[in-house]
Structures are given as C-alpha cells and as structure tokens.
Design a protein around this ligand. Structure first.
Ligand code: NDP
Length: 335
C-alpha cells in the first residue's frame, strides 16, 4: 500500500526524533504540523520539510490532504485533540498516556469507534524485536510456567526534556505516567496476561518538583499469579535497562531493551545452559506506523490499540494510588 497522509498534532521532540522518519520510512507523507505557536509550527515545518505549519486544530483537521493524525502534545491535551480528530474522520495514533483519567481515555476510544476511525496508542516497546522474541519463547513453553518478571527502566531524563515532565502535574508529568505506562504495556504484551493489582513506593531524587515523583519501584500482581517488579526513574545516569521473565523451567534475561532504539539482546537460561534468542531488530516506531497503516487498510490492528492505552493508564493510575496509600491497589481494566 502507499503510505497515509499524516498531520502532526504537536511540534514535539518525539515527532522530530522518531515519528517523522517512521512515517516517511513507510511511504507516508507528513502534510502538516500543528503547534500552539505559529512561530514554532513554521520553524518545525521548515526544519522537517513539512508543507504546512499551522497553529489551529480546525485549520489542520479541515484540510482534505489528511488521512490520519499523530498526537504528541503534552498529556492533558490528548483528549480533546482525539475528539476533534475523530469528529473530522481522521484516523488517530495517540501518544501515551492517552489521558489523565480513565474516564477520559475510555471516552476517547469510544469516540473513535463511533466515528469508524482507527485508533492506536504509540506504545513503542511492544514493537521491539527483543520483547516479541520473549513473548514467542514463553508461548512456545521454553521457560515453562512464568513465575516472576522484572523490569529495569530507570533512565536519565535528558536536559532538553527536563520541562513539563518534572514540574507540571496538570500536564501529566511524573515518572509513573511517563515510564510506568510503558512497563505496563510491555508486561501485558510479553506475558500475555492481565494485571490485577499493584503496590508501589515513589521517590523524589532531585528532579521532580510540584510534588511530582521522579522515581518509583513497585510490584504488579497478574491474573495468573505472576509477580512483576518494576523500577522507573528520571534520575539515574548510569543504569542499564532490562526485562526479565523467570519461569519454572527457564529464565529469559533481556538486556538494554527498554529503549527507543532497535537494540538489546535476550538470553535464555535453562537446564541446557544459556543461549541468546535470535533477534531481527527493526525500528520500533517504523513498525508502529506500519501496523497502524495496515489497520487503516483493513488488515489487523495497530500494534497497541486504544484499549491497550486504557489498560496501561489503568496500571499507572493504580500505581500512583498505591504509592499514595501504601496499599496493594486493584487495577481497573475496564475499557
Ligand atoms: P516535548 O516537550 O518535546 O513536546 C510536547 C509539547 O511541548 C509540544 O507539542 C510543544 O507544543 C511543546 N514544546 C516542545 N518544545 C517546546 C519549546 N522549545 N518551547 C515551547 N514549547 C515547546 O515532548 P515529548 O516529545 O517528549 O513528548 C510528547 C508526547 O509524546 C507526550 O505525550 C509523551 O508522553 C509522548 N512520548 C512518547 C514516547 C514514546 O516512545 N512512545 C517517547 C517520548 C514522548 P506545541 O506543539 O504547541 O508547539
């Protein structure tokens, strides 16, 4: 198929660094970008060879040369932008977290269904070849019954991103809405299991302000009984990332895999010794766009659907509540 004609809602870092390239790699065209600031949209359009930079949603969505939008504004804006795009009949790939409340996220997904447009959540990590290989190895029974998982996703937030994430609660800042949502989606995908409850503690290591956490550790209890431990932070300069699943008959040790780049490896350890899984790396964002475009063409679903976005938000909000109350908290997975 030829690629879609996309409008960018949000002149963001993620669009500049990953998504414009991913769209173009799939034969898609970026026809316009919208920013709240006319200056920013004009500059962004010029820097990225986009035909139009606009500063109003109606102007963007009213254009005929647009099939889909990619929404990567700050998190409190996603809801109304999804509503507007769906009303205009445009397919929607929205960044995580979908919204700040589950009610809003459900309404966004419902609106896209009502309007007959495809909706995806841009959870890039389920597009990683490492995580897909782990999911397949578990399904093939190579580690037996999974018992535990561990997610290492503590990073250092680069200086250019030390803005709303660390000082704007009203924009959906904080490490839980930023990173724990990704852990939740990746765990659901790799384990093919649903989270039931969570317990967590947060910390402020010097970056988070206005009461926002910049570190969190927690444990999710899955429906099958698997316990999954996670560690997310903005403040660790020298940590590495990883994703492990430990089963009755073997362990999968993924290293350097909770990243935006197509890299990392997975070791399978069993009674026969240790051997790496075969990994065919592919750009995570290009795969996300490819599957989204396929879904628009009527073939399959986006890598992560709107419903997946609701569920990852459900885990994040329950994590916040668990940290606040000190209690194991049930996760609301209703979509
Ligand atoms: P940015 O801070 O780069 O951009 C967010 C918004 O901030 C933009 O839409 C823009 O508003 C405004 N902005 C950006 N730069 C400036 C500036 N120099 N001056 C003034 N305003 C500015 O955010 P990210 O790209 O990091 O994140 C955007 C969204 O994408 C979030 O929802 C985030 O959670 C998600 N994300 C997802 C990732 C993934 O891998 N799935 C990775 C990173 C982020 P305007 O458009 O009005 O100009």
């Amino acid at each position: 198929m030829t690629g879609l004609r996309w409008g960018l809602i949000g002149a963001s870092t993620i669009a500049a660094q990953h998504m414009i390239g991913a769209i173009r790699a799939n034969g898609g065209e970026v026809t316009a970008v919208m920013s709240a600031s006319a200056d920013r949209s004009a500059t962004f359009a010029r820097e990225h060879a986009i035909a139009r930079g606009v500063s109003g949603l109606d102007e963007l969505l009213g254009a005929d040369d647009l099939d889909a939008v990619y929404i990567s504004t700050t998190n409190e804006l996603h809801r109304d932008q999804v509503f507007a795009a769906a009303a205009a009949g445009k397919h929607v790939l929205c960044e995580k977290p979908l919204a700040l409340t589950l009610g809003d996220a459900r309404a966004m997904v419902a609106r896209c269904h009502e309007r007959g447009v495809v909706m995806g959540t841009n959870h890039h990590l389920r597009n990683a070849a490492t995580h897909r290989a782990m999911r397949e190895a578990i399904k093939a029974g190579r580690i037996g019954r999974p018992l535990f998982a561990r997610v290492f996703h503590a990073v250092y937030l680069p200086p250019n991103l030390q803005g709303w994430r660390i000082d704007k609660p009203q924009a959906g800042g904080g490490v839980i809405l930023d990173i724990t949502v990704h852990d939740a989606d990746t765990l659901r995908f790799v384990l093919d299991d649903e989270p039931a409850s969570v317990t967590a503690m947060t910390s402020q290591g010097g970056m988070g302000r206005e009461g926002l956490e910049d570190g969190v550790m927690g444990v999710v209890r899955f429906a099958s009984g698997v316990l999954a431990q996670f560690h997310d932070a903005f403040t660790t300069r020298y940590a590495t990332t990883g994703f492990e699943v430990h089963g009755e008959d073997g362990s999968l040790i993924g290293t350097d895999c909770m990243t935006q780049a197509p890299k990392g490896e997975v070791l399978l350890r069993t009674k026969d010794g240790a051997a790496p899984l075969a990994i065919a790396h592919e750009n995570l964002y290009a795969r996300s766009v490819r599957l989204f475009q396929e879904a628009v063409a009527g073939r399959g679903s986006p890598a992560a659907t709107g419903e997946d976005g609701i569920k990852s938000l459900g885990v994040a909000l329950a994590t916040r509540e668990a940290a606040r109350t000190g209690r194991e908290t049930a996760i609301d997975l209703r979509v």
